[in-house]
Design a protein around this ligand. Structure first.
Ligand code: AMP
Length: 420
């Protein structure tokens, strides 16, 4: 397999799928350039080896073409600052100008294409359907798009370059034109960028050969969004710590009273199935026996501690309490591999964030003692950053949905497209 380190870029044009889906303020300025910084090593490598670079990305969710609010032109100053070099802009990702600019690129030059999602072909999701379109009509429109203009779109993007690099882990779970379909035009000239390479290596290490005991901490708000991953983890982990809003669905499914806590009654059968599966597969499930409950969802709330099975009617569980904190901490400190996705409470509100802080501290301490810790998913990463512990854990994944799907299915379309 070719890699970015053994490929000869001299005189070649590399089209790189990056994730420049960065937050912008009202003036169109980049407020957090983490994702741009993350792509720099790959871009610089190609340039240093005598290649030219064509960058392609999406930004937000535009619904029309063009849509100035989502134009990648706005991020040029941030990209130039990070690369320390001028960035040419094509003003479109299709059309003659983009093709001409790509063809004219010289070694050491960088060309940025306009937002790929200005075109429905990038995602393969048809636009402009009547509001009352039937399911059959929607399916037919999707098929027509995929078999028609999407093919042209992919071919055109591929025609700009001699080789393809995917360095956008955050979108690697999508079968989009730029993350998946384009790869087949480069059977011998496709590779991961450094960021993708690192993500794939870290996640594979955890999922395929973890040091044991291996524990996953799954928090967040709802069971419904985490069932797939919890079930998949049953085959890999020695224990699963379940926290966050999910706790109350598990409690209520077993007859507990959860007051106004977040709860998904339609998930009761699934929660009971997970409890059974854990017994069958000999996976220890760790849940907090107590909850921090509040009378309103704000920093001014009154709080008290209650059993997760006896929350008064007008109260809501928003964090783990003392017994849960002690149990989670002790459990985490006994593990050699730790995967964390999702806060165990409403960490955005300081008053309800102390449980997530205990978890983050315990993970940092376990890492210090030799465990491998992988943190992934927007909110747990936000948590680790909020508590200033980012450099105390082994690996922070840049993918939320991508990480969860990687765990659930053992691979991702964007990874397969390169390995194929
Ligand atoms: P997710 O995107 O599913 O990982 O959920 C993350 C969100 O879950 C965060 O915004 C947390 O505030 C929220 N969350 C965690 N615990 C609770 C809880 N007990 N009740 C309501 N929301 C929660």
């Amino acid at each position: 397999m070719v890699t970015i380190d053994n490929y000869d870029f001299k005189g070649k044009r590399a089209i790189i799928r990056v994730d420049f889906n960065v937050p912008l303020n009202d003036k169109g300025e980049v407020t957090d350039d983490t994702r741009i910084r993350a792509a720099v090593p790959t871009i610089k490598k190609v340039l240093a080896e005598g290649g030219a670079v064509i960058l392609m990305s999406h930004l937000g969710r535009p619904k029309k073409n063009p849509d100035p609010k989502y134009s990648l032109e706005q991020i040029i100053p941030a990209v130039e600052k990070n690369l320390g070099t001028k960035v040419l802009f094509a003003g479109d990702c299709m059309g003659e100008k983009a093709a001409e600019m790509a063809a004219a690129l010289k070694a050491g030059e960088v060309l940025l294409l306009e937002n790929l999602r200005f075109y429905a072909e990038e995602e393969g999701k048809p636009r402009g359907l009547a509001e009352d379109a039937t399911k059959e009509e929607k399916e037919a429109a999707k098929k027509a798009l995929k078999e028609g203009t999407q093919k042209e779109f992919v071919k055109k993007l591929a025609s700009y370059a001699d080789c393809y690099i995917n360095d956008a882990f955050g979108t690697a779970h999508r079968k989009h034109a730029s993350t998946y379909l384009i790869a087949k035009y480069f059977p011998n000239d496709k590779m991961f960028g450094y960021l993708m390479e690192r993500e794939v290596k870290a996640i594979s290490a955890v999922m395929e050969a973890p040091q044991r005991p291996f524990c996953a901490i799954i928090g967040g708000s709802k069971v419904s969004t985490k069932i797939g991953v919890i079930k998949a983890l049953m085959d890999k982990c020695d224990s699963i710590v379940i926290g966050g809003g999910m706790t109350y669905t598990f409690s209520a499914a077993q007859g507990g009273k959860v007051g106004k806590s977040i709860c998904e009654p339609e998930m009761f059968p699934v929660a009971l199935e997970i409890l059974e599966l854990a017994k069958e597969k000999n996976v220890k499930l760790v849940m907090s026996p107590d909850a921090l409950i509040c009378d309103k969802f704000s920093e001014e709330a009154n709080t008290q501690t209650a059993s997760v099975r006896e929350i008064p009617d007008e109260w809501e569980g928003v964090d783990i309490a003392d017994q849960g904190k002690a149990a989670f901490r002790e459990h985490i400190l006994g593990c050699k591999t730790i995967l964390w996705n999702g806060p165990v409470g409403v960490f955005e509100i300081d008053k309800f964030s102390t449980g997530s802080r205990v978890v983050a501290d315990a993970i940092a301490e376990a890492t210090q003692n030799g465990a491998f810790s992988l943190i992934g998913g927007g909110d747990s990463v936000a948590c680790i950053n909020k508590f200033g512990l980012a450099d105390k854990v082994s690996y922070i994944s840049t993918g939320g949905g991508a990480l969860l799907e990687y765990i659930e299915f053992g691979t991702l379309p964007g990874v397969e497209a390169i390995r194929d």
